[in-house]
Design a protein around this ligand. Structure first.
Ligand SMILES: NC(=O)C1=CN([C@@H]2O[C@H](COP(=O)(O)OP(=O)(O)OC[C@H]3O[C@@H](n4cnc5c(N)ncnc54)[C@H](OP(=O)(O)O)[C@@H]3O)[C@@H](O)[C@H]2O)C=CC1
Ligand SMILES: CC(=O)N[C@@H](CCC(=O)OP(=O)(O)O)C(=O)O
Length: 315
């Protein structure tokens, strides 16, 4: 039987990209809402209950509303919003998080797609905590940059309207209470919230997360090669991983740290840079906020839930 997929919010940034990634698929049927009924509760309820899998690409409150409208007890859900990211009844949709998460997503009824920033941080830090190279109480800081599409339709419109006057670089979330903190803390396995300073750049799409590490105060100081090996080993053991690990090499700069190089793909590339004499390292993740950070991950999770090759429709 062909699976029926309903994208609630298909006219938004993430919804449109999922729609594009599903175009041409014959193993599923996308059921669409008429444009003039996009916010009509009865029509959304009808389509949510007619779908085998509903993908919610909505603000948090509307996503919660959609879940409450599902009364059939069967429709499975992938939610792109931050409404359920640490909810115990929802599977966290970062399939490469550990060896079993892909299988957990595959059988879950409710899957919460990760926030864009947390995925890079979880991918970089969790393997080091699991390997015992960093203690869970380690005081992590995160510096990150995203293209303005990370802020959805509204931020895209603001940057496009500002044109040349748009700020090239703008740090934000300076009350240190960004909505990604709970998931970033929980799934890295950190005991305390990281100090997270995201920023938005004057370009549409693509992101970099950086985790600088001052290692000198640790009882046992891990060398850069050990940090790299733990991360590489982790991802070598993950089936169907879209996360790649760059070879470990000393370099002062790399063209691969361009936030836009994985645009329109579902790839995430991890890097480890280190100076052992100084006991310093930086963990970097490069990916597309709209790809692995949102709609690519949603399609990867959809594929897992449908039991098809996880790479279907993805590059
Ligand atoms: N952009 C990104 O990089 C990422 C986004 N996300 C998350 O994904 C979700 C969608 O984000 P994004 O696509 O960027 O946002 P957009 O603002 O681009 O799109 C949201 C869509 O939802 C529609 N919508 C709003 N309220 C309702 C409602 N009550 N009923 C039906 N439709 C509604 C909007 O319609 P209208 O415009 O007419 O109001 C719009 O089409 C958000 O929760 C976001 O935080 C997650 C990861 C990354
Ligand atoms: C540049 C920018 O504004 N980015 C968004 C994050 C986008 C994202 O991951 O969204 P959700 O976690 O809401 O799903 C922000 O910082 O709020």
């Amino acid at each position: 039987m062909t699976a029926k997929i309903f994208i609630d919010g298909e006219a938004g940034t993430t919804g449109l990209q999922i729609r594009e990634r599903l175009a041409g698929r014959t193993d599923l049927e996308v059921i669409s809402i008429a444009n003039d009924k996009r916010k009509d509760l009865d029509e959304r309820a009808r389509l949510l209950n007619a779908a085998d899998i509903a993908i919610l690409c909505l603000p948090d409150d509307a996503a919660k509303e959609s879940v409450s409208l599902i009364t059939n007890g069967t429709t499975r859900v992938i939610d792109a919003s931050s409404a359920f990211r640490v909810h115990p009844d929802w599977a966290y949709g970062f399939a490469e998080m550990d060896k079993v998460q892909g299988a957990t997503i595959a059988k879950a009824r409710f899957v919460t797609n990760p926030g864009c920033y947390p995925q890079g941080v979880i991918a970089s830090v969790r393997p080091l905590i699991e390997a015992g190279l960093l203690p869970s109480g380690y005081p992590i800081t995160v510096n990150a940059i995203s293209g303005y599409s990370g802020g959805g339709k509204q931020m895209i419109a603001e940057y496009e309207a500002a044109g040349e006057a748009a700020p090239h670089y703008m740090p934000y979330a300076l009350t240190f209470a960004h909505k990604h903190m709970p998931e970033m803390t929980a799934y890295t396995k950190l005991a305390n919230a990281p100090l997270f300073v995201p920023s938005v750049g004057d370009y549409a799409q693509g992101m970099v997360t950086c985790v600088p590490l001052q290692l000198g105060h640790l009882g046992v100081v891990p060398r850069g090669a050990e940090l790299h090996a733990a991360i590489a080993d982790h991802f070598a053991g993950i089936p169907d991983s879209f996360v790649e690990v760059a070879p470990f090499a000393e370099m002062a700069k790399s063209a691969e740290l361009n936030p836009e190089i994985y645009n329109n793909t579902n790839t995430m590339k991890l890097h480890v840079f280190a100076n052992d004499e100084r006991a310093q390292a930086v963990l970097v993740a490069v990916y597309d906020n709209l790809g692995k950070g949102a709609s690519g991950a949603a399609v990867q999770n959809l594929n897992l839930m449908l039991g098809v090759d996880p790479r279907t429709g993805l590059v």
